[in-house]
Design a protein around this ligand. Structure first.
Ligand code: PLP
Length: 375
């Protein structure tokens, strides 16, 4: 039996939702844009999904758009902002964003004559609000900050930053991919213009991204074509995906409180065992409860990950969203973690499906493997 601890990379779908998805693909396959009643039924299902997501986030359904993944959503939002910048040239972000943000900004810099500042976090992995705001000046047209970091689990002061930006003519995007089912994330206060989400991070299907675009915030269509998603994102809609994603989101939020409490307990057990084995914990204290990033000096990440996968225990070196060789080590580097420890970091990320037994086996395998690899 496998023990899966790589949930920040992707999650397992619940059996009934996987079955629902399959049956929707098999039986309710009409194009939601078709005029016949079979198609209209799918159009209604798609709107039902939008309404459920909007309800989960306390926003208007017209502020929700479906895409293919969070990377697409992020590309859309960041690239769209270029058209509304006027003469301003600057974007402010953090140096620990996901590559979907950092590499898009890098690309924008080469094609659009903009500049961007990456604000580094403090040693606890959290970005200082004052430091970030001190970079926001009259030249700034966009700020992009992640809510929770996928590598360490650190929670960023995304709401405080949004509140401080209120009244300033600066657009604000929050990468909220690692929040759903982990921390309360609600857009009711309207503290940002845009937010991005990804269904496969909260036990939904792969291939479904979600964009929140606040009413009145400027946005330009990303994919042009048949005018779907109210002209913003053309292409035949993934109705089964959106519908199942919306149910998965609702379940993740409903289960959050109980699940976080259990995971916090598991997190503490893991931290205690790692320390007893001479490991160093890179995850700050008030992080999302599902994540523990740790280093065992002298054992390179990939060596430990490979050794544990021989035992059917699967965890991450860092971000599985990046190429295999270029993981999330940069996040630890930015926190000032010694490079010799950063290259030995592993990411243990749980979900509400993680059991007591899974954690006991992980700890047992760490106790067996770490001392062997140290010598
Ligand atoms: N942002 C964060 C914080 C992530 O953790 C990830 C994936 O790990 C992404 C964005 C990209 O998500 P997707 O896989 O849906 O493109």
């Amino acid at each position: 039996m496998i023990r899966y601890f790589d949930n920040n990379a992707t999650t397992q779908m619940e059996r009934d939702l996987a079955k629902l998805m399959a049956s929707l693909c098999e039986e309710e396959y009409a194009n939601p844009n078709s005029m016949h009643s079979f198609g209209l039924k799918q159009a209604r299902r798609h709107e039902e999904a939008r309404e459920r997501v909007a309800h989960c986030l306390s926003v208007d359904p017209r502020e929700i758009f479906f895409t293919s993944c969070a990377t697409e959503t992020i590309n859309w939002i960041l690239r769209s902002s270029i058209f509304f910048r006027g003469k301003r040239k600057k974007i402010v972000t953090t140096s620990i964003e996901h590559k979907a943000v950092l590499n898009t900004l890098r690309d924008l810099k080469t094609i659009s004559n903009i500049e961007y500042r990456e604000v580094a976090p403090e040693s606890d992995g959290i970005v200082s609000v004052d430091k970030l705001l001190s970079e926001v000046d009259d030249e700034t047209f966009l700020v992009s900050v992640m809510a929770a970091n996928n590598v360490t689990g650190s929670i960023q002061p995304y709401e405080e930053i949004g509140m401080a930006l209120r009244g300033r003519a600066v657009l604000y995007h929050v990468d909220a991919v690692q929040t759903i089912g982990k921390i309360p994330f609600n857009l009711q206060k309207g503290f940002c213009d845009y937010a991005s989400f990804s269904a496969h991070k909260f036990h939904g299907p792969k291939g479904v991204g979600i964009a929140y675009v606040k009413r009145g915030s400027p946005i330009k269509p990303f994919i042009t074509g048949g005018g779907q998603e109210r002209g913003m994102r053309a292409g035949t809609q993934n109705v089964p995906g959106a519908l199942v994603a919306s149910i998965a989101m609702q379940r993740a939020i409903e289960n959050m409180e109980t699940s976080s409490r259990r995971l916090r307990d598991f997190q503490q057990q893991i931290v205690k065992s790692v320390k007893a084995l001479g490991g160093v914990v890179n995850t700050p204290e008030d992080s999302i409860s599902n994540t523990v990033n740790v280093s065992f000096a002298g054992i390179r990440s990939e060596v430990l990950v490979n050794a544990l996968s021989q035992e059917d225990v699967y965890l991450g070196t860092s971000s599985a969203c990046s190429s295999r060789s270029d993981g999330g080590q940069y996040v630890l580097d930015e926190m000032g973690v010694d490079p010799s420890l950063a290259s030995c970091s592993i990411r243990i990320s749980m979900s509400r499906f993680t059991t007591k037994e899974d954690v006991a086996i992980l700890i047992e395998k760490l106790k067996k493997t770490v001392p062997l690899l140290k010598f």
